[in-house]
Design a protein around this ligand. Structure first.
Ligand code: ZN
Length: 305
């Protein structure tokens, strides 16, 4: 698997023996900007006016902003993790069949994300909403980078206004698969009797995995797996926020898949406008008042300064 010069494949190698020596991901859906897509952007002054005039702003972010922090996208990755396809591991069916393997995959991802940092795009958004004091970030990302940026940019102040609504969940947190109780994540090894040499090897599947303190059910990472519904209450909060906004920033996402696609449309139907920040044109571009081509980490500090 560790074959250099194979740049169009996702290579996830050597889990649990430290992080892989290198990792190559195809970025089919979220390419980084070409060198010519740099600032100053001719439409930037108009976009800045829209931001200055807006009373209520909502920002929808997707995998593109995280890709700039080195977070891989798995949906189109096309590679393997321990001979499993990542998109097949991230399903509720896989968790029910083989929770340990799915847990180990998420443990690996948690370890990888710990090496990633919020970028200037995350930070500019966090500063913007902290300044306004009203929350407005909706994200499809589960990596927690908005939350980290909020905490870091807030300093000694309250970070809440820059905390995102995470419609797909948060990988850094656990949730009971039965009763839904959320819990702080613990390292998987803390629950692994077999790994400590005290297990009989006959435990039922998942028997040594993290359990709910309330009902004893199996815990799982607090993310929406493929095949699951999104949290209706969270979605409604995001939709309401978007419908009331007079400006929606759509950042690093093609926003073509519902329910996330409904966020900018809610703003549009409410009479608001859209600014798109994306290296590439998307299906949403024609609906946008301004489309700024470029990396979130370059465009957002200029747009939201
Ligand atoms: Zn429970």
């Amino acid at each position: 698997m560790d074959e250099p010069g194979w740049p169009d494949r996702c290579i996830l190698a050597r889990p649990f023996s430290g992080l892989p020596r290198y990792i190559v991901f195809e970025a089919r859906s979220h390419p980084l900007p070409s060198p010519e897509a740099t600032l100053p952007h001719p439409d930037l002054p108009h976009a800045r006016d829209l931001v200055a005039q807006a009373e209520r702003v909502v920002a929808l972010t997707g995998a593109g902003i995280s890709a700039e922090s080195g977070v891989p996208t798995f949906r189109d990755a096309g590679g393997l993790w321990r001979n499993h396809r990542p998109e097949e591991l991230s399903t509720i069916g896989a968790f029910e069949r083989d929770p340990r393997t799915v847990w180990e995959w998420y443990e690996w991802r948690r370890g990888f994300l710990a090496t990633c940092e919020p970028n200037e795009g995350h930070r500019a958004l966090a500063r913007f909403f902290l300044r306004r004091g009203v929350d407005g970030i909706v994200t499809q990302n589960v990596d927690g980078l908005h939350t980290r940026a909020a905490a870091e940019e807030a300093g000694d102040g309250p970070p809440d206004a820059a905390f995102p609504i995470e419609i797909h969940g948060a990988i850094a947190r656990d949730r009971c698969n039965d009763c839904g109780l959320r819990a702080e994540a613990e390292p998987l090894a803390a629950h692994d009797d077999t790994a400590r040499g005290t297990g009989t090897g006959e435990a039922p599947p998942g028997g040594t995995l993290p359990r709910c303190a309330e009902c004893g059910g199996l815990r799982r990472p607090d993310v929406v797996l493929f095949g699951e519904m999104l949290d209706g209450a969270l979605l409604e909060r995001a939709q309401t926020m978007a419908a009331r906004a007079d400006l929606c920033l759509v950042i690093g996402t093609s926003a073509v898949v519902y329910p996330a696609a409904g966020i900018p449309l809610a703003t549009l139907h409410g009479g608001g406008r859209i600014i798109e920040v994306n290296p590439q044109a998307t299906d949403l571009t024609r609906a946008a008042e301004v489309a700024l081509r470029g990396a979130a980490g370059e465009v957002l500090p200029e747009l939201l300064a």
